[in-house]
Design a protein around this ligand. Structure first.
Ligand SMILES: [Zn+2]
Length: 119
């Protein structure tokens, strides 16, 4: 956790960040977000990290969303496309390019698929 604070990933509706979720967030940051931020060389902001079940339903997230396990974050920066290309070079489970942000996930256990989706 070099460039990010855990609090940035707390649920936007209630501020929760359960202990089990915390470990996943820390892995996502250490393995994916910190290295990408370092290579990018500029601020990377977290739109959304952990979502409690209520908040996930409110924002229309899928039921098994990785946000609910702290395995995913939506981030944005001055050049999302360039940040995405940097992420693509490393390890990740899923990278989704949205018009205004990137969704990126990482699994501590199991296979990280390196799946890339454009929306
Ligand atoms: Zn919440």
């Amino acid at each position: 956790m070099e460039y990010f604070k855990l609090q940035e990933f707390a649920c936007r509706c209630c501020g929760q960040l359960p202990p089990a979720v915390r470990e996943n967030i820390e892995a996502l940051v250490t393995e994916v977000l910190d290295p990408a931020r370092r290579a990018f060389g500029g601020p990377v902001l977290v739109n959304s990290g952990y979502r409690c079940p209520k908040h996930n339903a409110e924002v229309g997230g899928v039921a098994n969303s990785q946000h609910q396990r702290g395995e995913a974050a939506d981030v944005r920066c001055a050049d999302n496309k360039r940040l995405g290309k940097i992420i693509e070079q490393g390890v990740f489970d899923q990278l989704i390019y949205y018009p205004t942000f990137l969704h990126v996930s990482y699994k501590r256990q199991g296979i990280n698929r390196k799946q890339i989706i454009n929306k």
